[in-house]
Design a protein around this ligand. Structure first.
Ligand code: ADP
Ligand code: ZN
Length: 725
């Protein structure tokens, strides 16, 4: 009997999203398994793909597959299922879904060159005592004396052994060479730490979660910053490991929160793998294999870790669940939460969503009792919440304090005198956001995008924050040659410059995407700040997350309006979360904290709720707006972007798409647009948008799929579908 396989080939374009059948040559039959990667002929090329099906007949003439690439399947049943689930949810190609789920070394792609790292070891061929009875030179004896027992192996390089003596021992058959796999990444080891005694609220949360072991219950652990959520996770995980099960812990971005991982390693030494963007591809591959092989029981990671191939999950934790980065920004635009819910069902295990400022969607689920609600209302170590002051910047402008208000300046000086630390948040990187000639009115703009170029002082160039275009700047206007360029708009670099000027003796450090471009630089800044090598840490939203510095007693939000003014239905929600998070950085330990929020909109309700520290009031206010405007969580959104280098083509397809949708979706669904996108012209491409607002419309997905296929026919136009809820 013959054997055939259906292979999903690595081409990621949507219309090739079907499998191709290949015949399996006799000599490869024994190795064939669903989920393994194979090499197949495809047209004139050879491509990689995944085996999705095995069968004993084929209606069509088939070519032979070339080779089987894996010893073990890299897609197990669960991952095979999750890929299909993701494909349905995001309307992306199945191959792109599988490739998103796997570390680079395991993707079906010919480009990856990541191999297992091996080192050479020396091994005794008999017991040490026996070998020492043989006639051996004294150099040989020196080498042998490094072995402590018969099974001992010696890493040849790490021990300074005489190469010629080793060679002799090898020739005589006293030693053999052995190649061993090594992992490129290992967490630092720390002194093991004992659990803290939980307070009443923590204890209750812990009991509720552990009582749900074995059930796919979703929990919302809603605790203000510093309320001890992490401590609850640690206790839950300890119980989970005791039962012989595994734990998956998702965090927004580990490299920003090394302290989080450190606490886990102190409690569970040697049981943790980490997966995040700060690791090299080789390191990720190694961490992934530790999980596959069952050598660790906990994985802490960012979004991509949701696919960690554990086989027996006992609990899943998603910390800071409201964070945007949990949704992938490019195709397939999957929601981490959807994947985790699916896994919690598959493994029948609880899923814990932790947050100080839950997303409205999550809170709405808790209100409806779909998620079990676990509040932590107090800070765990009895630290009080910080005092929050709103400062009206219109008044400060008149008082000639446009950057740092008088109040914030006084407080900074006071903290500096007391040797306490300060964090300042400005969510805009670079130096100046607009460079304009005051003589002729010329403004530097990106030639490919619809925005002004940002000046970066450290690199002395102008940069487009959308497409990465850069340009050198001279001190004369390129239009009128006058030496009259003015720098408007302030980013972190300009703020740093200004702070150095007004606090000349303070030690200041900046943390943003530019100052942390090198590997390990986040960690260094955080560690140095922790060790009080600096007085002031200034930075973008990077500094607002999860960091725990006991000596920080003052937090300043330099421009609270920046995030409020972004035209997006979520900007209130994001602002509330960002400011609450940043405020939470202050006064976490014994010393009380103060937070100063600078704004031109002092009366803005969102800022008022931040100042009152009232998530509940914010929630009620914002839900009302969402309901009125038909936004999530009351409606689902699908944002369709029609893109082309050709303006006419994009505009025509957009109009046709609108017509098609209006005729085919249900009457209750709202179809808005087409309109030009906020970023209409980016990187030389025109963007048109159509927005769908819908509730329970089972025609939506089939309709969007059909539209997608229709637009695919026009090679000059692409359609991007982005769901929001
Ligand atoms: P969150 O994760 O909610 O921000 P953490 O778990 O980081 O809170 O706790 C904040 C601080 O309080 C940490 O320094 C932690 O060690 C401490 N802490 C947490 N729980 C307790 C407890 N039950 N008793 C004493 N200290 C605690
Ligand atoms: Zn650009």
């Amino acid at each position: 009997m013959k054997m055939y396989v259906d292979v999903l080939v690595e081409i990621e374009t949507k219309h090739l999203d079907k499998t191709f059948t290949y015949h399996v040559p006799k000599e490869l039959e024994a190795e064939v398994m669903i989920g393994k990667r194979v090499l197949v002929p495809f047209g004139a090329r050879e491509l990689e793909g995944y085996i999705l099906n095995i069968k004993d007949s084929s209606e069509m003439a088939t070519k032979d597959l070339t080779n089987i690439l894996d010893a073990e399947p890299i897609l197990n049943d669960e991952l095979l299922y999750l890929g299909k689930f993701m494909q349905k949810q995001t309307l992306s190609s199945l191959c792109s879904c599988y490739n998103t789920m796997l570390p680079k070394a395991l993707k079906a792609s010919q480009k990856s060159q990541i191999k297992v790292k091996k080192e050479i070891y020396l091994k005794l061929t008999a017991s040490l005592d026996e070998l020492l009875k043989e006639p051996i030179t004294s150099a040989g004896r020196d080498v042998l004396s490094l072995f402590t027992n018969a099974d001992a192996v010696l890493q040849a390089k790490a021990n300074k052994v005489s190469a010629s003596a080793v060679k002799t021992l090898l020739n005589k058959g006293f030693l053999v060479l052995e190649e061993r796999e090594v992992y490129r990444y290992n967490l630092d080891s720390y002194q093991e730490e004992q659990p803290k005694k939980l307070n009443a609220e923590q204890q209750k949360a812990y009991e509720k979660i552990t009582a749900s072991f074995g059930k796919p219950q979703v929990f919302l652990l809603h605790g203000v910053t510093g309320s001890g959520k992490t401590e609850v996770y640690l206790n839950v995980i300890a119980d989970c490991l005791k039962m012989g099960q595994e734990a998956l812990v998702l965090v927004p971005e580990i490299s920003l929160t090394p302290q989080f991982v450190e606490r886990f390693s102190k409690r569970f030494p040697k049981q943790i793998a980490v997966l995040h963007s700060g690791l090299s591809n080789g390191e990720k591959y190694d961490e992934y294999r530790k999980i596959m092989r069952g050598e660790v029981a906990i994985c802490i990671g960012a979004r991509s870790a949701s696919f960690a191939p554990f086989k027996n999950l006992g609990v899943i934790i998603m910390d800071e669940e409201q964070t945007d980065s949990y949704k992938q920004e490019n195709n397939p635009r999957y929601f981490t939460l959807d994947i985790l819910k699916e896994r919690s069902k598959i493994h029948s295990c609880p899923l814990v969503l932790g947050s100080a400022t839950p997303s409205l969607d999550t809170m709405a689920h808790a209100h409806k009792k779909i998620y079990a609600y676990l509040p932590l209302t107090k800070r765990a170590n009895n630290a009080s919440l910080p005092e929050i002051i709103l400062v009206d910047m219109a008044e400060e402008m008149q008082a000639r304090h446009p950057i740092i208000s008088r109040e914030l300046e006084c407080l900074i000086i006071e903290r500096l005198n007391k040797k306490e630390q300060i964090m300042l948040l400005l969510n805009r990187r670079g130096h100046s956001t607009t460079i304009t000639c005051s003589n002729c009115g010329f403004t530097y703009r990106c030639p490919h995008c619809d925005i002004t170029l940002t000046y970066h002082r450290t690199t002395k160039n102008l940069r487009c924050h959308y497409c990465g275009y850069t340009k050198y700047i001279t001190d004369t206007c390129p239009n009128c040659q006058a030496k009259s360029l003015s720098y408007y708009g302030m980013g972190t670099e300009k703020l740093e410059e200004y702070l150095e000027e007004i606090f000349p003796t303070a030690k200041i450090v900046r943390m943003d995407r530019d100052s942390t471009a090198n590997k390990g630089s986040h960690e260094k800044i955080i560690k140095d700040f922790q060790e009080h090598k600096y007085d002031i840490l200034l930075g973008t939203q990077m500094i607002s997350k999860g960091l725990d510095f006991p000596d920080v007693t003052l937090v300043g939000i330099i421009d609270a309006d920046a995030s409020l003014n972004i035209p997006d239905y979520k900007s209130n929600e994001r602002t509330f979360a960002l400011l609450s998070q940043a405020s939470g950085r202050g006064g976490r330990a014994k010393k009380a904290g103060t937070v100063v929020i600078q704004t031109f909109n002092k009366e803005n309700p969102v800022l008022q709720f931040v100042a009152l520290n009232s998530y509940q009031k914010f929630y009620a206010y914002e839900m009302n707006i969402r309901k009125t405007l038909k936004y999530p969580p009351f409606y689902y959104l699908a944002l369709l972007t029609i893109k082309s280098k050709d303006y006419e083509q994009a505009s025509n397809e957009a109009r046709k798409a609108k017509e098609f949708l209006s005729n085919n979706v249900s009457n209750e669904t709202i179809v808005l647009g087409p309109a030009t996108a906020n970023l209409f012209f980016v990187n030389g491409i025109y963007h048109f948008e159509i927005l769908l607002k819908y509730r329970f419309d089972d025609k939506i997905m089939p309709c969007l799929k059909e539209l997608d296929e229709m637009i695919l026919l026009n090679k000059k136009v692409t359609l991007d579908i982005d769901f929001h809820y």
